[in-house]
Design a protein. Structure first.
Length: 220
């Protein structure tokens, strides 16, 4: 995954670097359609981007200034930061080049794999603001319960995780879902956030079901 690539240094090792598992490099020229590449050195130190790309025959030897990742200025203009656009299919730097490889693109997160191994499906929402995901409100309510009842130790936290999730009433979860639907509807109509129209559409509470009014005809 590009996330894993962003955690790799150009050279082996580094502080607090995660040890990555072996990967299967797809190569049609190989008898088995590819080969297994170890992501750590015999000493147990994580390999760097340079060595991984050299082993795959991808390191551009004709580019002496090939860096780990390109940089862009920060919003404040003080210093630079890694350019996130590099990890979207480019070949401009070492992380971009490795991130576009099929085995890195197909790698699932550890959480994703753990959920599937437990027999569940993992369906990701497309990228959007958290305010239109009702699960965020559900988690927020569960966290409030945890803060009120937590003893601030690991044992009580383990107990409270499932307890806090069960403490949120199903009706409240349904209300959270309805609220996100109203927010999405407001955005579809290009209603400005926190404007009076937005507040009316999103936050209006109805005390009873809407009733159909039947007009009575006046006798002639």
């Amino acid at each position: 995954m590009p996330f894993q690539v962003s955690e790799m240094n150009l050279e082996p090792g580094g502080l607090n670097k995660k040890v990555m598992r072996n990967t299967f490099v797809i190569d049609p020229r190989q008898a088995n359609g590819g080969y297994i590449q170890s992501m750590i050195l015999p000493s147990g130190i994580p390999k760097g981007l340079r060595l991984v790309l050299i082993e795959r025959g991808l390191w551009p030897s004709d580019r002496p200034n090939f860096r780990a990742q390109c940089s862009v200025p920060t919003k404040t203009g003080k210093g630079t930061k890694p350019n996130p656009l590099c990890l979207q299919g480019g070949t401009c730097c070492a992380r971009a080049l490795l991130a576009r490889q099929p085995d890195f693109q197909a790698q699932k997160s550890q959480l994703h794999e753990a959920i599937e191994q437990a027999g569940h499906l993992v369906i990701f929402y497309p990228a959007f603001h958290c305010e239109i995901n009702f699960i965020e409100y559900y988690w927020g309510a569960a966290k409030q319960y945890s803060r009120r009842n937590c003893g601030y130790d690991f044992d009580s936290l383990q107990r409270l995780v499932s307890e806090a999730l069960k403490a949120v009433p199903p009706q409240l979860i349904c209300n959270y879902h309805a609220r996100t639907v109203h927010i999405m509807e407001a955005y579809r109509h290009n209603i400005v956030y926190v404007s009076p129209e937005y507040e009316h559409m999103v936050h209006t509470r109805y005390r009873s079901h809407r009733r159909v009014t039947i007009a009575e005809s006046t006798p002639a």
